[in-house]
Design a protein around this ligand. Structure first.
Ligand code: FAD
Length: 455
């Protein structure tokens, strides 16, 4: 059984900006040692001290930057293995708007492993299959997921609910909001100094960068900016207060340089997206009325049900995102870790959403990293640095090909040439495509993460 420092904070040590951590706030699971810092049974502590008065900054063991899917899943995975962490989030709350994500069976294996699968399953419809249509509404092909793979599980999950469910697994005060990382550097004693935009400073033994596609942690580690892939996506979540009318399947509509899709999420919500070719990402537009108008304009002659879903979409769920990725070329891209700083999720491997794998892979990363870290804390010989390197080596062969594959699939689906599109619609989709092999990447084994289980 590995018990690890949960980092209780003594209020007298806190700067005024961190007063919300007072009042007995403690990120300890009940099972952690009562006065928090020393591991009960682990043989080799990663850290020797916890929060204490420091003129230059507060001390933490593990700091996770970013309370998105990667950050919260990593914190929950560590927590399940008896390891505490502090999550810093730049916003003043979890992301409350936003749309939904399709999670395949690999995502569900991880959610089960960290103990939130059943809770989420009960709120979201299981999607039985998919139908592919041409822009005039003609069905080109349909598939049933279970016919291709009996163990496949597909559900579209509201991002807000996924984040809240993960955050609810953590001890109080595990997530510190309004805490935007401004600067990161290695300090003389080997710890990592994190400076926030409000000027407050933390020294962390281990930093896990889960700060998304524009990750400052990745930039500091030498990663390039992600590349715009030539199309962007409009997304929204249609709301049907009296119940949505659709069968539980993903519907794709393929046009020329333009494609759309919609999928029921729950009895009252339907997620939709439109991908559109554009040579540049263009200016950031946040006005939902303008975005809705643009989205409708793009598909104005397409099946009416798509336009109806867009019409029924509340403003706060409509967004437009330029699609980006970063290919982790061997020997060119930096490794996933530098010393005791490591990347998880989009911060490390932004990928286009064409395979619906970005969040699924972030969840996979989280459990793999947590296991390696917990293992290192129990071992007499393994170091944290080695554990982080081993995480990078294990995950890279999974992530790199998937990123390329997602990009290639997107490029093929965004073809504009009328002849190529006609061959796609009359031959490739109806006769040649097999779904089973296309979804093989969703195979991922994952045992439950429980304190004391073999890691
Ligand atoms: C159009 C589209 C559709 C998608 N569909 C799917 C899908 O169907 N299935 C799927 O699996 N994936 C999908 N994805 C991918 C998925 O959204 C991402 O892979 C996933 O959100 C990655 O999670 P993350 O936690 O790594 O990053 P994010 O979700 O971006 O979270 C990063 C967090 O870090 C915080 N942060 C950033 N900078 C700082 C800072 N300086 N200091 C403190 N905090 C900071 C942010 O506020 C945010 O909370 C889609 C992506 C797009 C663009």
């Amino acid at each position: 059984m590995a018990y690890f420092s949960p980092l209780c904070l003594n209020s007298s040590f806190l700067p005024p900006s961190l007063n919300h951590l007072q009042g007995g706030a403690c990120r300890c699971p009940q099972s952690y040692s009562s006065f928090c810092f020393h591991a009960r049974t682990r043989s080799k502590p990663i850290c020797a001290s916890t929060t204490k008065a420091e003129p230059q900054g507060r001390k933490e063991d593990i700091v996770i930057v970013g309370a998105g899917i990667a950050g919260l899943a990593t914190a929950v995975s560590l927590h399940r293995l008896g390891i505490g962490s502090l999550v810093l989030e730049q916003d003043d709350s979890l992301r409350t708007g936003g749309t939904s994500l399709t999670l395949f069976k690999n995502g569900w294996r991880v959610l089960d492993a960290i103990g939130v699968g059943s809770d989420l399953r009960s709120q979201f419809l299981e999607i039985q299959g998919m139908a592919v249509k041409s822009e005039d509404g003609r069905e080109l092909r349909s598939f049933r997921f279970k016919d291709e793979d009996e163990s496949q599980e597909v559900r579209a999950v509201e991002r807000r609910i996924l984040l809240e469910t993960l955050a609810n697994q953590l001890p109080p005060e595990s997530v510190q909001f309004s805490s935007k990382l401004a600067k990161i550097e290695t300090s003389a004693n080997g710890e990592t100094l994190l400076e926030l935009v409000d000027g407050s400073r933390l020294y962390a033994k281990i930093v896990i960068g889960c700060d998304g596609v524009r990750s400052p942690v990745a930039r500091w580690m030498g990663f390039s900016e992600p590349n715009y892939v030539g199309h962007y996506a409009y997304r929204g979540l249609g709301y049907y207060p009296s119940g949505q009318p659709f069968e539980p399947k993903v519907n794709y509509v393929y046009g020329r340089g333009l494609r759309a899709g919609y999928v029921p999420v729950s009895p009252t919500k339907v997620y939709w997206f439109i991908c559109f070719n554009n040579p540049s990402p263009g200016p950031k537009i946040t006005d939902p009325a303008a975005l809705k108008k643009q989205a409708k304009e793009l598909v104005r002659n397409w099946p009416a049900e798509l336009l109806n879903i867009i019409d029924l979409t509340p403003d706060d769920t409509i967004i437009r995102t330029p699609l980006v990725d970063r290919w982790l070329w061997p020997a060119i891209s930096p490794p996933a870790s530098r010393g005791r700083v490591v990347l998880v999720g989009d911060a490390w491997h932004p990928m286009t959403p064409n395979l619906g794998q970005g969040a699924c892979c972030a969840l996979e990363d989280a459990v793999v990293l947590a296991r390696k870290l917990a293992d290192a804390t129990k071992s007499e010989t393994a170091s944290v640095e080695e554990a982080l390197r081993s995480y990078g080596s294990e995950r890279w062969p999974r992530i790199f090909p998937l990123t390329i594959r997602a990009n290639v699939v997107g490029s093929l689906l965004q073809w504009e040439n009328p002849v190529v599109c006609s061959v796609r619609n009359s031959l490739v989709i109806p006769k040649l495509v097999r779904l089973g092999p296309v979804l093989e990447h969703t195979n991922f084994d994952c045992e439950p993460l429980l304190e004391g289980t073999k890691i």
